[in-house]
Design a protein around this ligand. Structure first.
Ligand code: BYC
Length: 343
């Protein structure tokens, strides 16, 4: 489909003495044409690209969601990086390092996708370290034992896959394409988590107990990753109408529970939820109540690890200042060389 962008619409000639109204009219016409193009793309379930006209609210929603997602990937490195030096074998260490590096890569794809909407990565990072931006609630919980690496991989990455596979079809091109790459890597992450738990579950009674304890602690926070219940989700309706979200928060949560029910049997462990059942009437999986007050507290910055996560992020940002300065100096030198060569 041919892209409709603002630059491609010819300027309206301004009538002498009536410059302002003509400019207004031209602008109004541009907006109307842009809106018509946007509506058609959305109704055809096609893609909006960065140079296309888009409503300001669509841009804002995408920036909100993609930047929050990018921050989640970067902050999400912390609970796992904390265990790299304590991994039980060289093989486990290598796998965990690769996974944490993948998360950094996911952050970079997503910051790049967000930048196409007109906000700089520096600004997004400043918002994060100033505590103004959100990131996923899940990363405000502590990773207490090695088994938590298994539970994070299996439950947290499992929830991420469930939520993110539909985002591969998001209407904004750069976001959807970034999600395709991310989801491939998330599958490996979930398998490595599953495999850690399986090994512990088949180990000594103490190891099996450690795996069960980790699953018990990460289960409810993982379910809350999908966001508030549909009735309390202010953004869902519009995001669904714009083909950003494809399924509701509750719908995805229910699917996730169904996936976990099957897999936990293979693990030889149990879900800490006696109310999990398949409702034959609705054809949906149901789970026990979640503590949405706890969720709100975490979002308000009062979770178990919120301040620790942000403090670590700030420190890493400060520690990396010399790298950014060196990269900027190198880029400047290169551009001077190019100019000299061209002159
Ligand atoms: N945590 O109207 P709603 C990963 C906020 S990374 C914090 O339903 P929406 C991984 C929401 O932002 C996982 N905040 O919102 C990384 C909104 O607040 P604002 C990250 C949450 O956007 C490393 C308010 O609550 N995944 O898996 O329609 C290692 C109302 O919610 C949360 C993504 O970011 C939460 N859990 O739906 C391992 C996926 N839930 O902005 C693993 C992309 C809700 O209005 N994002 N809020 O102030 C999405 O799919 C959607 O943004 C959400 C929320 C489903 C999360």
């Amino acid at each position: 489909m041919a892209a409709q962008n603002l630059q491609s619409v010819p300027d309206q000639p301004a009538a002498p003495g009536a410059a302002a109204p003509a400019a207004d009219q031209g602008q109004a016409q541009l907006e109307a044409e842009g809106q018509a193009y946007f509506d058609r793309v959305i109704s055809e379930d096609s893609r909006i690209e960065p140079r296309d006209w888009m409503p300001a609210a669509y841009r804002k929603t995408l920036l909100r969601q993609i930047s929050q997602h990018a921050h989640s990937e970067i902050i999400g490195m912390q609970p796992e990086a904390n265990w790299i030096s304590r991994a039980p074998s060289l093989k486990r260490k290598a796998i965990l390092m690769a996974k944490v590096q993948d998360e950094a890569g996911h952050g970079l794809y997503l910051y790049s996708a967000a930048e196409t909407l007109g906000q700089s990565r520096d600004q997004m990072m400043d918002d994060l370290i100033a505590g103004k931006a959100r990131y996923s609630s899940i990363f405000n919980y502590p990773a207490l034992t090695w088994a938590d690496m298994g539970a994070i991989g299996w439950l947290v990455d499992g929830a991420a896959i469930c939520n993110q596979v539909p985002l591969c079809r998001a209407s904004y091109g750069p976001y959807g394409r970034a999600m395709v790459r991310i989801c491939k890597e998330e599958s490996f992450h979930q398998r490595q988590g599953f495999e850690i738990l399986l090994e512990l579950s088949n180990g000594t009674p103490a190891q099996k107990q450690m795996a069960q304890d980790a699953v018990n602690r990460w289960y409810a926070p993982a379910l809350m990753m999908f966001g508030p219940p549909d009735d309390d989700s202010p953004n869902s309706k519009q995001s669904t109408a714009w083909n950003i979200k494809r399924f509701s928060n509750d719908e995805l949560r229910s699917r996730f529970v169904g996936m976990m029910v099957e897999q936990v049997r293979v693990l030889g462990l149990t879900l800490p939820d006696s109310e999990v059942r398949f409702n034959e009437d609705t054809r949906k999986w149901e789970h026990g109540p979640l503590d949405w007050n706890e969720f709100k507290e975490v979002l308000a910055g009062r979770g178990p690890c919120n301040s620790q996560r942000l403090e670590r992020r700030r420190q890493a940002h400060d520690d990396g200042a010399w790298v950014r300065e060196a990269a900027a100096a190198y880029a400047h030198k290169q551009s001077m060389k190019t100019k000299e060569f061209a002159a």
